[in-house]
Write a protein that binds this ligand. Structure first.
Ligand code: ADE
Length: 244
């Protein structure tokens, strides 16, 4: 998959060259093209922004600079990162992971001149807060999309992730078995795979109910899930514990 990023601060995108993403780039599962916006400035000082018409604070990225940067890429799916966009979630990340070529456009300052809108396919926000630019959101997009590209990580890991089945992921444990008086739940040590699956699903349902009840409103529960959630709720109410 090709991911292009148009940015006025290319150095921030260096962070993509580490960890799982870094591997995926080295293995050519992701081709990351960083396009420095300043290269398209028509001013001697390399500036790409100007004061807003109508007055007000902040600066606005000039339309001809951005349009030249966009034109330099050719055919792609152009996504502007800005707080006004559609909120990023796992489903949206999955839809981007299916594409061959996407371009992330990072705004800065007060934004980009509104006249470039016809050149943009979609606007995406990573949450209801304002950052000083689109570079960190672009990194978040690249990470969320990159790990969904087949072969980048084990499919099984992706399938069990939070949000993949509309629920939060269950808890995970590793050695040592006893740590500072805290024991690993015994069901995980007994080797009964059906019981382990039930336990993990119950934890997923229970944690979602406690921390993100809104997710349950948008998801139908089957009979098994409903029974496990009721069991979690009963244990929770009875002893403030998750499982016996
Ligand atoms: N740029 C500034 N804030 C942003 C946000 N919340 N999401 C995406 N891009 C942004």
């Amino acid at each position: 998959m090709i991911i292009n990023v148009i940015t006025s601060i290319p150095d921030i995108l260096d962070a993509a060259n580490h960890g799982i993403l870094g591997h995926a780039i080295k293995n050519k599962q992701i081709t990351l093209n960083i396009i420095p916006l300043r290269a398209f400035s028509d001013r001697a000082d390399g500036r790409i922004d100007d004061r807003p018409y109508g007055g007000g604070a902040g600066m606005v990225i000039q339309p001809h600079v951005m349009s030249k940067a966009i034109a330099s890429i050719g055919k792609s799916h152009f996504i502007e990162l800005c707080p006004k966009g559609q909120r990023l979630n796992q489903k949206l990340a999955r839809s981007f992971a299916k594409k061959d070529n996407i371009t992330l456009i990072c705004g800065r300052y007060e934004g980009i001149d509104a006249r470039i809108e016809p050149l943009i396919d979609q606007k995406v926000s990573i949450g209801d807060y304002v950052l000083s630019g689109g570079e960190l959101p672009a990194l978040i997009m690249i990470d969320a999309i990159g790990r969904l590209i087949p072969g980048v990580i084990k499919t099984e890991s992706v399938e069990n992730d939070s949000f993949e089945n509309g629920l939060l992921d269950h808890e995970h444990y590793t050695r040592p078995e006893n740590w500072e008086e805290n024991k690993v739940p015994s069901v995980l040590l007994e080797g009964n795979h059906q019981k382990i699956e039930d336990y993990r699903l119950m934890q997923s349902l229970g944690k979602t109910w406690l921390n993100r009840p809104d997710l349950l409103l948008n998801r139908k529960l089957n009979e098994r899930e409903l029974a496990l959630l009721v069991k979690f709720m009963q244990n929770h109410q009875r002893r403030g514990e998750d499982y016996d």
